[in-house]
Design a protein around this ligand. Structure first.
Ligand SMILES: Nc1ncnc2c1ncn2[C@@H]1O[C@H](COP(=O)(O)OP(=O)(O)OP(=O)(O)O)[C@@H](O)[C@H]1O
Ligand SMILES: [Mg+2]
Length: 255
């Protein structure tokens, strides 16, 4: 990855230029024909520091594919710059590159239950990213975990609980906290409120808004729920036919 500097002094947290992506699948058998399925078609977008960018579109249009490209999970054509770092490698990323990317962008998924190992206690799960990135002593990691649990609206005593002892909303709060422990500049929430009932979904939306206000976090919020997108986001994009139509939102009293 190489460092990219902005020309006007304020670099976007995420800058995407001319991004195209296709899935290649092979039909069964030795002589199976290769099938190329284009999904993303010359996409351009920016997320400014502290911006909340909403992405909507029909199921299967390519929203999660865009998120996977940003996180370096699949190969693409074009340029993605995250917090001044441009990816140079193609194909499978090296461990060093994956770790560096993980400190810049983190993802929260729809199924919080599947994202968390049910055999482990919440304290262990929360500390895991800090251990992998060798951040802090055991005491510092415990302090950071306690602080993060409070920040996402859970009491530190939840550390002793197992995943199965938490509600859907509480599990999603753990996933958000776990993602933020590495202090990423960009949080990608892919259908993060879709499996929650209306009141819990509203609480998680407000959590995203508080994290944005308090930490200056930039968020890519992917959702089918256009009301939620309009409520939370300052920029909204509709994905259709692999392209984006981008519009800016006015929020009274909400920067
Ligand atoms: N690994 C893969 N191999 C081949 N095709 C894939 C793969 N993953 C996704 N696709 C296809 O790419 C298209 C875009 O999928 P994607 O998951 O990005 O859609 P989405 O907009 O996130 O949908 P949803 O709103 O249902 O989550 C779909 O047609 C899907 O079938
Ligand atoms: Mg998806």
């Amino acid at each position: 990855m190489t460092e990219v500097f902005s020309r006007n002094g304020i670099a976007p947290v995420l800058s995407i230029r001319d991004l195209s992506c296709a899935y290649i699948s092979r039909n069964f058998g030795l002589l199976g024909k290769k099938e190329v399925k284009p999904v993303l078609n010359h996409i351009n977008m920016d997320i400014a520091p502290g911006g909340i960018f909403g992405l909507t579109g029909e199921s299967g249009c390519g929203k999660s594919t865009l998120a996977r490209c940003i996180l370096g999970l699949i190969d693409y054509e074009g340029e993605i710059v995250i917090d001044g770092q441009k990816r140079e490698e193609r194909g499978r990323l090296s461990r060093e590159c994956r770790l560096r990317l993980a400190r810049k962008a983190q993802m929260v998924f729809q199924d919080s239950g599947a994202s968390l190992n049910p055999a482990k206690k919440i304290g262990i799960l929360m500390e895991e990213p800090l251990c992998i990135h060798r951040i802090g002593s055991p005491a510092e990691r415990e302090r950071k975990t306690d602080e993060m649990l409070v920040r996402v609206g859970l009491d530190p005593s939840y550390k002793k609980r197992r995943v199965t002892e938490l509600s859907g909303g509480q599990k999603q709060r753990v996933c958000v906290g776990r993602a933020l422990l590495l202090e990423p500049k960009l949080l990608i929430a892919d259908e993060a409120i879709s499996s929650l009932d209306v009141s819990v979904a509203a609480q998680i939306l407000n959590l995203f808004r508080d994290l944005h206000d308090d930490l200056g976090l930039s968020i890519l919020f992917i959702s089918h729920n256009t009301d939620a997108v309009e409520y939370l986001c300052d920029t909204v994009a509709l994905m259709e036919g692999g392209s984006l139509t981008i519009s800016h939102q006015e929020h009274e009293g909400f920067a």
